[in-house]
Design a protein. Structure first.
Length: 94
């Protein structure tokens, strides 16, 4: 057996384990992101609710939420556009 065949054989033995590690890490990252997103949205809701109650602004709640929603959409849309513009183009490494 040539050294090239040995190297390919060793790589083929390692490959499934590495794929398994990557997939496990992806699953953990997705779970973490889900938990963090849930906590973020809950915290935002709690923050808004407490602020509206403390400042006697409950009667304006729906209008304030609509305005906040627009502000957040625009700020995050703009950030996403800027990030996209700063991305390096992908190169084909074939």
């Amino acid at each position: 057996m040539s050294s090239k065949e040995l190297i390919v054989g060793f790589s083929n033995e390692l490959f499934p384990g590495i794929v398994q590690l990557i997939e496990r890490s992806r699953q953990k990252a997705a779970l973490f992101l889900n938990v963090e997103s849930t906590l973020l949205y809950w915290s935002i809701g709690q923050y808004i609710n407490e602020n509206l109650k403390e400042n006697n602004r409950l009667e304006y709640g729906a209008k304030i939420l609509a305005t906040l929603s627009q502000q957040l959409s625009w700020s995050h849309l703009r950030a996403a556009e800027l990030a996209k513009m700063n991305e390096k183009p992908k190169t084909d490494l074939k």
